[in-house]
Design a binder for this molecule. Structure first.
Ligand code: CDP
Length: 232
């Protein structure tokens, strides 16, 4: 850990659409700064997994209020790069495509957002965090000193997601790049059009297009912006 910049720790918010490179960038950046990385997508995915396991998904489409029962006593914790749902390590399970398909619906529910908002604000209260998601710069930490909005061409994002899923292996067949692109476009639309905390750029957020950047290049861009604030 470098943490060579010994100023008062800041909050770095990284938002953007699916597979735009947020989590990779945020994780490496946090490591370089000696900051804590908080993957809020993993939190929404964990709640989605809980909904799927409960068998309540269809009932929720009719009566969204029923989700509240699942939120009572909900515990989500990060330990290193693992995420724990009610004490169980769900890091692999939340990346399954079954979860990806339903996560936008579950994330659109007001009680879910209210609950996770409180958890996320608590997690970032000590500052020195890099938090990624869809509404970090707009809703969770509008006061974040650095706000980034990462974007990339949908085809490129589908290719990245395909490579990621192929590398992971597992039991389920990997969808084609075309299928993934359609899913990603649909999720972007759902995230942008929902009523509560939609995906949108904060006017202060710096847009970084990662379509033609390597991981090193995109991390360097954001790191330089952070360093300027911390040194300035
Ligand atoms: O990694 P990927 O880009 O596929 O998505 P993610 O960051 O894991 O987030 C999964 C989903 O959670 C998003 O498509 C959103 O529907 C939802 N989400 C949200 O609503 N608000 C956040 N702050 C983070 C994620």
């Amino acid at each position: 850990m470098e943490n060579r910049i010994g100023k008062r720790p800041i909050i770095i918010a990284i938002d953007g659409p699916a597979a735009s490179g947020k989590s990779t960038t945020a994780r490496i950046l946090a490591g370089k700064l000696g900051y804590t990385y908080i993957d809020t997508g993993a939190m929404y995915r964990s709640v989605t997994l809980k909904v799927l396991r409960s068998g309540l998904l269809d009932a929720l489409r009719e009566d969204t209020g029923r989700v509240s029962a699942l939120l009572d006593g909900l515990q989500i914790e990060f330990r290193g790069d693992r995420v724990f749902l009610d004490g169980e390590d769900v890091s692999a399970a939340i990346r399954e495509n079954t979860v990806s398909r339903e996560v936008s619906f579950v994330s659109s529910l007001k009680p879910v957002r209210d609950r996770l908002l409180v958890l996320q604000q608590k997690m970032g209260a000590a500052r020195g965090v890099v938090m990624d998601g869809r509404d970090i710069g707009t809703v969770v930490f509008p006061e974040a000193e650095l706000k980034i909005f990462l974007v990339a061409d949908p085809r490129e994002r589908a290719k990245r997601r395909h490579a990621e899923l192929s590398l992971k292996g597992g039991n389920s067949a990997v969808p084609t790049v075309e299928e993934l692109e359609e899913e990603i476009r649909q999720r972007d639309r759902d995230d942008e059009q929902r009523t509560h905390a939609p995906l949108k750029r904060h006017p202060d957020a710096v847009v970084v297009d990662t379509s033609c950047l390597t991981i090193d290049q995109q991390v360097a861009r954001v790191y330089d912006l952070a360093a300027k604030i911390l040194e300035g």
